[in-house]
Design a protein around this ligand. Structure first.
Ligand code: ADP
Ligand code: MG
Length: 779
């Protein structure tokens, strides 16, 4: 029989009570529930703590007769039961010893109990140098010894702890690596334990032969129905049976779990830990106090305790981050911005000249931007929108309003290709309105550069479009009022000091190429306000996304030929993880030869990759835009923002190598006109999981949806691309798990901002942690 823990019972009990309250279940169902579960409960808590048993019985006795009570009295009892459950948890499922608080958190680890010179060295390998490092060394997992599942009750595909005797051990050399296999048994039932490439386990296990051990890990069903643990934790039972949840740490050779647990346990209560969250907040959010949470993250009394500990610490982490953002925002606002006088006539003229009507979402975003620019406060705004939602027009409107108020603007793009494209798309409309626009790139000739710079200084140029060099080249402006940053992810906002013009902070608008999930946006752009264009222009047809096996590539090629014959154009994209990677550039080059001279020999085929010179790249893009090239073979240089309306087909090779957000960005390059676009994902040998991911992608129509899914799958670091992400270091908080917590933390941070005096210590921590990064200027 599988034991049921009190906390597990309470969780189900609570759900049932709530359902009875909502009339989804009847009082009779509650009675039946209690009857069926009661004798399954088996928990050391009840055996070790008589009071816990007593209170538990009282609660059950209070619940049992509910079915026979009149409705009003039953309702009262149901309500009381919920608070009894909560009280019970706080009394018996959470535990924290008294902290003696004798040592400073910064005390070097060598002064910790149980730590001598040898362990000091071992701990240093784990980056544990002070007591503070030690208590913040968060376990990577937990072992629940309260619940030992007998082998016969193990179901497979689950994480369990079982108790069994090691009866045999051997290590086999296979072709690729050594495998150590042990057999363990309790009575007649057996399990296999397997370790891959961990030869030292042979020795460890030999010393355990014949002894009872706790085995913890994920169990799988083997080929012949046998149960197999892969790389499990194994620990001898010892004399005293520990019926607790134990932490599992990442270790280093020479330090065992048991030793590490002891070191933490012996020292954790000696550290001085201050509560820096205000009491009212702890109450309102039902948080654990800091000591109970820190203790609970290492030695939780129950899974409930662990959950509440994580929640408290994650909340705190997010709160501090949000406070940092708000402080940074406040600082900038204090310096003050330019209050612009915008009549709106020029914008109206521009809108009237467009061949289409603005979407409501575009109008709203423009309105928000205009209000920011008119206000005393400097604008710090993020403009988000799906691929093709029309962010460029909104950016143009911002530039036009800014010009009308008498200010210059700078537009920065992440690559030269994009800067050039922005220039081409924006400049003609600007010039028509009398807005003088220039392009400044790293590769612009020195003479030309000097000329542009001097014109910017005198105000003869109104708008400058370029790459990061705009900031780096110590460009001076006569009257800068607006900076637009079109970026893949985050660059430039941190360089805001560079954007202070005549003692005032200029307005900043950041545009992202790919939609970013809200939680992530709040974590990296928490100091910005957000405008979202959540509507595509009418009639815009999303590209049809088709998964096709690499063996059927000829069909795709035929499709491409047909499309081109009918006036379309195609991209064929090869993944390139690193743009400087010679080998991959070569792969694209070779494929190009095959495609250009064999498959598409009757067509005009071009090649574009990151190792080409800028001039070459520009020439190729230009030819593609003019349809002198019909089929463009490319690496991912085309990923961001390229706009060639004639392109109708996108073929992506090895799509599994891209993140979904990136794929979405890629497919957004086709179907940018009235014509239907197509995106083929050419899939080779991939596993089922990958296929699932790509199928999901093919079905989804919305970039925000794709982004959420991608974030969940790959985590924030990967999602943003490791090269330039500006992610804060969150130890406990998890952006996909803690969404709601993040939103609460933001709200609470706003409240706290007005209570700086009463919360000095908390704000000091914010500065210690983020002062440098967010450039909090002390005012
Ligand atoms: P994004 O940068 O958001 O991916 P763009 O600004 O490049 O999108 O716009 C995509 C295409 O849609 C461009 O060709 C643009 O001219 C066109 N467009 C923008 N707004 C509208 C609209 N309201 N109605 C029709 N077409 C639009
Ligand atoms: Mg764009």
């Amino acid at each position: 029989m599988r034991p049921l823990l009190v906390e597990e019972f309470l969780e189900e009990f609570e759900t049932v009570i709530k359902k009875v309250q909502n009339k989804e279940l009847s009082v009779k169902d509650l009675e039946n529930f209690i009857g069926s579960k009661l004798n399954l409960i088996h928990d050391p808590l009840l055996e070790l703590e008589p009071v816990a048993q007593e209170r538990f019985n009282q609660m059950i006795d209070y619940a049992k007769p509910i079915a026979s009570l009149p409705p009003e009295r039953a309702a009262v009892r149901l309500k009381n039961l919920l608070s009894m459950v909560e009280k019970y948890r706080n009394w018996f499922l959470i535990n924290c010893p008294v902290f003696e608080e004798t040592k400073d958190p910064d005390t070097p680890i060598k002064y910790a109990k149980q730590v001598g010179p040898k362990r000091e060295k071992l701990l240093a390998k784990l980056e544990i140098k002070t007591l503070k490092d030690l208590v913040w060394y968060v376990p990577r997992d937990y072992e629940d010894r309260r619940k030992i599942v007998p082998i016969k009750d193990i179901r497979g595909d689950e994480k369990v702890t079982t108790l069994a005797k090691i009866i045999n051990v051997e290590t086999k050399q296979t072709f690729s690596m050594p495998i150590t296999v042990a057999v363990a048994a309790d009575g007649i039932n057996q399990v296999l334990l397997k370790w891959f490439n961990q030869e030292y386990m042979q020795k460890v296990l030999e010393t355990l032969k014949g002894k009872e051990v706790y085995i913890t890990g994920v169990v799988k069903r083997g080929t012949f129905g046998s149960l197999e643990f892969t790389n499990p934790e194994v620990e001898p039972k010892g004399d005293t049976q520990v019926l607790e949840i134990l932490p599992v740490y990442s270790l280093t050779e020479g330090l065992s779990q048991k030793q590490m647990r002891n070191i933490v346990k012996e020292n954790i209560t000696s550290i001085k830990i201050k509560e820096t969250l205000p009491e009212w907040l702890i109450q309102e959010r039902k948080l654990l106090d800091i000591k109970t949470a820190l203790y609970g993250i290492h030695f939780p009394k129950s899974m409930y305790h662990l959950k509440k500990s994580i929640e408290r610490l994650a909340y705190e982490e997010l709160l501090i981050l949000q406070l940092a953002f708000l402080l940074s925002k406040q600082t900038i606002e204090r310096i003050g911005g330019i209050s612009k006088n915008i009549k709106g006539e020029l914008a109206e003229k521009f809108i009237a000249s467009l061949p289409f009507k603005l979407t409501n979402a575009q109008i709203k975003a423009h309105q928000e931007i205009r209000e920011d620019m008119q206000s005393e406060k400097p604008m710090s705004r993020l403009l988000q929108g799906d691929v093709g939602s029309g962010k460029t027009v909104v950016a143009q409107l911002a530039v036009i309003d800014n010009f009308e108020a008498g200010y210059q603007a700078a537009i920065m793009a992440p690559t030269s290709i994009l800067a050039i494209q922005h220039y081409r798309r924006m400049a003609p409309a600007f010039e028509k309105l009398g807005i003088k626009t220039a392009l400044l790139l790293g590769e612009t000739s020195p003479r030309e550069k000097e000329k542009i710079k001097s014109f910017l200084k005198t105000g003869q140029i109104d708008v400058i479009i370029g790459t990061h060099t705009l900031i780096q080249e110590d460009v001076e402006f006569a009257n800068l009022g607006l900076v637009i940053i079109d970026e893949q992810h985050r660059f430039g906002v941190r360089q805001r000091e560079a954007l202070i013009s005549k003692g005032k902070v200029v307005d900043v608008l950041v545009m992202t190429a790919t939609p970013i999930p809200r939680t992530l946006a709040m974590t990296i752009y928490g100091d910005l306000d957000i405008s979202i264009i959540d509507e595509l222009p009418p009639g815009r047809k999303l590209p049809k996304t088709i998964l096709i096996s690499a063996s059927k590539i000829d069909q795709v090629y035929d499709f491409v030929k047909n499309e081109v014959k009918n006036g379309g154009q195609a991209y064929i994209v090869y993944p390139l993880i690193d743009e400087s990677d010679k080998v991959q550039a070569k792969a694209a080059t070779q494929m190009f030869e095959h495609l250009a001279y064999e498959v598409f020999k009757d067509f005009k085929v071009g090649l574009l990759h990151g190792r080409m010179s800028q001039i070459e790249k520009d020439r190729i893009m230009e030819s593609f835009a003019n349809r002198e090239i019909e089929i463009l073979v490319s690496t991912t240089v085309i990923e961001v923002g390229i706009d060639v309306p004639g392109a109708t087909v996108m073929v992506i090779e090895n799509p599994e190598r891209f993140g979904l957000a990136q794929l979405h960005q890629l497919r957004g390059r086709v179907g940018r006109s009235e014509k239907q676009g197509y995106c083929f994902l050419v899939v080779g040998n991939v596993d089922e999981e990958t296929l699932e991911r790509l199928r999901y992608f093919a079905m989804s129509k919305d970039g925000f949806e794709v982004a959420e899914y991608d974030l969940k799958l790959r985590g924030p670091g990967e999602f943003l691309g490791l090269r330039q992400h500006g992610l804060p270091d969150l130890r406990i908080a998890d952006l996909t798990r803690d969404r709601d917590l993040l939103i609460l933390a933001r709200k609470d941070a706003e409240k706290l901002l007005t209570k700086r005096e009463e919360n000095k210590e908390l704000f000091e921590r914010v500065e210690r942690l983020y002062g440098e990064r967010l450039k909090l200027v002390k005012v």
